[in-house]
Design a protein around this ligand. Structure first.
Ligand code: SAH
Ligand code: SF4
Ligand code: F3S
Length: 462
């Protein structure tokens, strides 16, 4: 293989090539969810282990990678807008390598190369572990890799923050939500064995990680596919992670309401590291719509889960995902969603307008909702979500809470920014450094953030 000098003009070979290889630079752009964020960290870790360094700008990179998402149409569009720049950079310096990974790549497979002939390599989420192999293969032109191979190997990972780590406990999804592209882009659900997970978390803790977020499309079905000697439930896994020295905070995302059992809810009350926050995607407050979404729970069953959470962990923060404008959603259905949001009083919610996705059954359902109606419903929902979020946030005013410092505040660099156990962003005046857990007295709240002052004397009141 010929390596090019940094300015890209002269090919070099022999010992100089080895030296230049060590200088090759990559740039990764990540779209989508935490799974992709974590996959990108693993891609970066792998690239660094074979001698690449990170370029801060795409224009300075020899290897331009995109880790794509396809969950909604605007996710596709955002990525396609970036791809134009990669095309230009590639035409300026044809030795540059352009790679497209992630869920969008998986959903179109080889079609990537017909539509974008300047792309050298495309790969799905099931092939992340083979990236180094693709890059060093002899014929790096229009190659696609789209098999699902379970969890994609143990890779070094270049974490964005040294004190926070993602841990992927399972890959894929066995649900069949009628609007969702994920089962086709991430394959069937495969759980990783508990021993391997605990070992990984122990390594993270030894490396300075204090907060882990366990990732899976449906974390509560964790373990069901494991062979019996190592088969454990999600609640048992949580208890094992809680036992790892040095891990002060455990989070997870996402549980599915149909599988949210009392043992997991109780774990929030019983395990000291497990945070008081549950992200429980509602999607719709109408049982009729939930049925067409194939969510396999009803409004009543969901409300019952919420009641159980409130009973065992009264102060638990609850957040959710809601889709408006699902095909056939009537005004009465939508009002059921509004009233659920009102009644439950979420601490926060991600709200989405239904977006038809290729290959999903909801994309071709009759009675698609007009854009105008979707937008109007979205505005009404956002009003309820924000008002209830603000009211919920008020309960923290006057309390002193534990905050894990993440860095300077985004709006005012003289202040610090961190997160509470309830997953609230906290901006505050203080002296601590990133990665430290401090006590902050809260004096104001909005629907999105809390603000306060570091309390050097008192302990946290909760
Ligand atoms: N596995 C996770 C979520 C995956 S996607 C879970 O089930 O909770 C994140 C969110 O995107 C979903 O909860 C849903 O609210 C939203 N979403 C998925 N497909 C969508 C679509 N076609 N249109 C609009 N929103 C969608
Ligand atoms: Fe998609 Fe449903 Fe699976 Fe979540 S549970 S990833 S919404 S199919
Ligand atoms: Fe995540 Fe987007 Fe794929 S939300 S699982 S990266 S389609």
């Amino acid at each position: 293989m010929a390596f090019f000098s940094i300015d890209g003009e002269r090919p070099v070979s022999g010992p100089a090539a080895t030296l230049q290889a060590a200088m090759k630079r990559y740039h990764v752009t990540t779209f989508g969810c935490q799974m992709n964020a974590h996959d990108s960290e693993r891609m970066k870790g792998m690239l660094e282990s074979i001698g690449y360094r990170e370029a801060t700008r795409r224009a300075d990179a020899d290897l331009i990678l995109f880790n794509t998402c396809s969950i909604r149409e605007n996710a596709d569009n955002r990525f396609l807008a970036h791809l134009g720049e990669a095309k230009r950079l590639k035409s300026e310096r044809p030795d540059r390598v352009v790679g497209v990974g992630g869920c969008w790549a998986q959903s179109v497979k080889e079609e990537v190369f017909d539509r974008f002939p300047f792309v050298d390599v495309a790969f799905g989420p099931g092939q992340v572990h083979r990236l180094a192999e693709f890059l060093t293969s002899d014929s790096l032109t229009a190659q696609g890799y789209f098999e699902f191979e379970g969890f994609t190997g143990r890779l070094p990972s270049k974490r964005e923050r040294e004190f926070q780590g993602w841990v992927q406990i399972s890959v894929g999804c066995n649900c069949v939500c009628s609007y969702c592209i994920v089962p086709s882009t991430r394959g069937r659900e495969v759980s990783r064995p508990p021993g391997e997970l605990i070992e990984e978390i122990e390594r993270l803790a030894a490396d300075g990680v204090r907060e882990v977020t366990l990732l899976g499309q449906n974390v509560n079905s964790y373990g069901r596919d494991l062979p019996s000697p190592s088969r454990i439930t999600f609640a048992q896994l949580l208890a094992m992670v809680d036992g790892v020295d040095g891990i002060d905070r455990i989070r997870y995302t996402s549980p599915h309401p149909k599988d949210m059992r009392e043992d997991v809810i109780r774990a929030h009350a019983e395990l000291s590291a497990l945070c008081e926050h549950i992200h429980l995607p509602l999607q719709s407050g109408s049982s009729a719509v939930l049925k067409r979404m194939r969510r396999t729970y009803t409004r009543e069953r969901y409300l019952e889960r919420v009641a159980l959470i409130r009973e065992h962990v009264p102060d638990c923060a609850l957040t959710t995902d809601i889709i408006v404008g699902f095909p056939g959603e009537t005004e009465a259905d939508f009002e059921q969603t509004l009233s659920a949001a009102e009644e439950i009083g979420y601490d926060g919610a991600f709200t989405f307008v239904f977006s038809p996705r290729r290959g999903t059954s909801a994309a071709t359902l009759p009675d698609q909702i007009s854009h105008r109606v979707k937008v109007e419903r979205m505005q009404r929902l956002v009003e309820v979500v924000q008002r209830r979020g603000r009211e919920r946030a008020e309960r923290f005013v006057g309390r002193t809470i534990d905050v894990l410092i993440e860095g300077p505040s985004r709006t005012d660099p003289s202040r610090l920014r961190g997160r509470s156990r309830h997953n609230k962003v906290v901006n505050f005046v203080g002296l601590g450094s990133p990665g430290e857990l401090v006590h902050v007295r809260i004096n104001a709240a909005t629907s999105q953030t809390l603000s306060g002052e570091e309390s050097l004397l008192a302990g946290a009141t909760d």
